[in-house]
Design a protein around this ligand. Structure first.
Ligand code: SF4
Length: 425
């Protein structure tokens, strides 16, 4: 796809720019080999700076699986994965992607496109030339991506980030992670067949910081009461902070989004047209196959999602060139930290978003994220005084979510929030 001119950029809405740049990232990957580039499948919060420096096209299987889920194509992939012997208790992102990988490999072997691949509603992605894994969100990723590398016979780069049982991050953790940055660079030089360009690396880190600053500002628009943004825009725009965090593309989109929100605030408009009754923190991943249902169920109750731990997961703050700080940023991703830190992070999100309640997604796929949520919920309530509910779900396996249960739990939360407001009068 051609680059947009500055004039074109100025006339486009943030939503159109988002769709354009997301489409472009997939298109770039599909045409990578024609343009002399390699394709890397990367975990969603692995340091993108190294591959970006080497001009590698990054593809994010978690993003792609989420898109398949949101477009209602997950069940085909999940069935294919389970027929291959993958257990239903494995993360559904992994099952969707492992099936997709097997179907791509089958097509490459036979020259025939399998039906499930032809019918897949999401953008097509190419097979990877190598894999980049950072286990700063969970350890499922290690085996999922290791399996891909073994099946396809491609190189596998790991950046191993220890779990933070205490905060702040000790120096020996930073040293350990930095040493792996060095080894990843060495592996990249071998895979790409060219030396690592440290001047370009500096510029990529600077761009990453500009993109992250633009993302922070855009997402902070939810804090305004009433909110000019529909909270589910966090889920929509997040795709770009995942796949273009080190590119100018994301900075352009997030700055435009902020401009649009600021214009709404100046005009006295809000997302719910005066009907924002309650504000909610949603803890956990979206239920992608039910994005429309969950949004509408909340909106019908006048509930806007103005808090989420998601935006902060891609807010990698460091001074460009300071690799200790970069190691710390990638090590302290929310999901990789201890109970005390999680409680603090969610409590801060609840307060910043001026939330009246919290909904915890007990995600059957994501054991790590869900594991502590029951305990976290009580502690956050003690800290913030906000009521909460849990609901069962899954980010991509549609079999693990009940619309009726979700609606009932949100109704109950809404009634508690109503009575809290009455008491406060
Ligand atoms: S287990 Fe959770 S953190 Fe890990 S890949 Fe799946 S959804 Fe992501």
């Amino acid at each position: 796809m051609e680059e947009l001119t500055l004039e074109q950029q100025k006339t486009m809405s943030s939503r159109d720019l988002l769709n354009y740049y997301l489409g472009k990232s997939y298109d770039d990957a599909r045409h990578a080999h024609e343009n002399g580039k390699l394709v890397c499948w990367s975990t969603s919060i692995a340091p993108s700076e190294f591959c970006e420096t080497m001009d590698v096209c990054l593809v994010y299987p978690e993003n792609h699986a989420a898109a398949i889920g949101a477009k209602k194509g997950a069940l085909d992939m999940i069935d294919a994965a389970e027929k291959l012997g993958y257990n239903p208790d494995i993360c559904s992102y992994a099952r969707v992607n492992l099936a997709y990988m097997e179907l791509l490999a089958e097509e490459a072997r036979t020259g025939v496109t399998p039906k499930e691949l032809a019918d897949c509603p999401a953008e097509r992605i190419p097979l990877p030339d190598f894999i980049l894994v950072c286990n700063n969100i969970c350890n499922t990723l290690l085996k999922w991506y290791e399996n891909i590398a073994a099946e396809l016979g491609v190189p596998y780069i790991i950046i191993d980030v220890p779990y933070n049982h205490t905060m702040p991050v000790p120096q020996y953790y930073k040293d350990y992670i930095r040493s792996q940055f060095g080894y990843a660079i060495h592996q990249l030089e071998e895979i790409c067949g060219k030396p690592f360009d440290y001047d370009r690396f500096q510029k990529v880190m600077e761009q990453t910081q500009r993109s992250v600053a633009a993302w922070d500002k855009a997402m902070s628009m939810a804090d305004v009461k009433p909110s000019p943004m529909k909270g589910f825009d966090i889920f929509n725009y997040m795709a770009l902070i995942v796949c273009a965090r080190s590119k100018k593309d994301s900075e352009i989109v997030f700055n435009r989004f902020t401009e649009e929100m600021e214009a709404k605030i100046a005009a006295g408009e809000d997302a719910f047209k005066g009907n924002e009754k309650h504000r909610l923190t949603w803890e956990g991943i979206a239920c992608w196959p039910y994005l429309g249902h969950t949004f509408k169920a909340l909106k019908n109750l006048g509930i806007n999602m103005t808090g989420s731990t998601y935006p902060g997961s891609w807010s990698m703050h460091y001074h460009p060139g300071n690799l200790d700080e970069m190691a710390t940023a990638y090590a302290t991703v929310y999901g990789n930290t201890c109970l005390e830190n999680k409680v603090k992070v969610i409590s801060d999100v609840v307060k910043a978003g001026k939330c009246d309640g919290v909904a915890y997604h007990l995600n059957r796929s994501c054991k790590l994220m869900s594991f502590l949520n029951v305990e976290i919920a009580d502690l956050v309530k003690k800290e913030t005084g906000t009521p909460f509910v849990n609901f069962d779900g899954d980010q991509t396996d549609p079999r693990n979510f009940s619309e009726a249960q979700f609606d009932l739990r949100m109704q109950a939360l809404s009634e508690v929030m109503d009575s809290r407001k009455e008491e406060d009068k």
